[in-house]
Design a protein around this ligand. Sequence first.
Ligand SMILES: [Zn+2]
Length: 384
Amino acid sequence: MDQQEKIKLLQRIVQMETVNDHESLVADYLATLFQPYPNVEMTRVRYKSGRDNLVVTIGTDHHRQLGFAGHMDVVATGDPQKWDHAPFSGDITDDFKMVGRGASDMKAGLAAMVIAALELLDQGEPQHGQIKLICTIAEESTMVGSEQLTKEGYLDDLDALVICEGSGLDISYTHNGDIDYRVTSHGKAAHSASPEMGVNAIENLMTFWHTAKAELAKFDETDAVLGNLLHNVTVIKGGEQINSIPAEADLEANIRLIPQTPAKVVKQRLEAVIATLNQQPGFELDLEYLLVGDALPGDQNGDFVQFVKRETEAEVGHEVTLSGDKGTTDGSKFIDSKGDFPMVIVGPGSNTAHQVNEYVDLNQYLKAIELYKNISLKFLEGDN
Ligand SMILES: [Zn+2]
């Protein structure tokens, strides 16, 4: 594929509006690219209409299996007027950048892994082992795509996974997890002159918050790279009128997990707080999870991390940094798979993800394609 075609392919998927939905547009298009090749198995894993995950398995020899993962959804654009180019234009600037929502997070990584696989197929590769491309939905919202693929066993046979998120071709090998939750407090309305006739939903909600904050603060371990567990209330609503005892209130809060605090354990603690309070008179609290994903543990001296570092440095021509990341990825779900495989995050992208004028440097995008090809060939030959 020549350079122009590689850029066109990326532009085409940037132009597909997959804001928290409609990922099938991308999945369908990517599937057509692999259609001409034998030895390619494609599986669409439907979440619901318009939202298909896509898994592409290349090669028939079961020697080793290397995965590449990319999500097909993007976040909202914000006010399009604030962009210098239309957010879904995929315009190319004079300094060889492509602008568009998702250019960096992470359609460049997605396109690069797809093109790397197509070019390997054109060369008659892989002769040893398999490459598996895992294209997910809903990474930016609920991660139901990666959750579904994990549960259905699509990652069980992997020996290693590259998550192609835009990292500026630096490397992350560990990241925080996330629990987003909502608590609704049900009370009973009354005139504020006779509060004893009602149940104050806001006061009960505040009691919950202070108790939960104190309880979760007991998770006081520190991860050398990711720091401590964080727990913040970020949305709160309740009450209708200043002279009425509020009948309902709710809050939303975010917990940033570290590998030492598995989601399962933290959820149990939160549920215990709710259960204890609900035994007290007047309390009626409901807990709902909006997102749950574990932290990704990692070892910067691990073989796969070091292998990817060497290959990346050879491609970019300078030393790359190894770091932990505050943001989560689909890796938060993938670690629940039966397989025990290392994951590394490396992909083309700038620090403009989720912002206006998001862009990717096209030279970096083209380098990522070469990088993914080299990683594939060397890993599958067992040369690391
Ligand atoms: Zn992303």
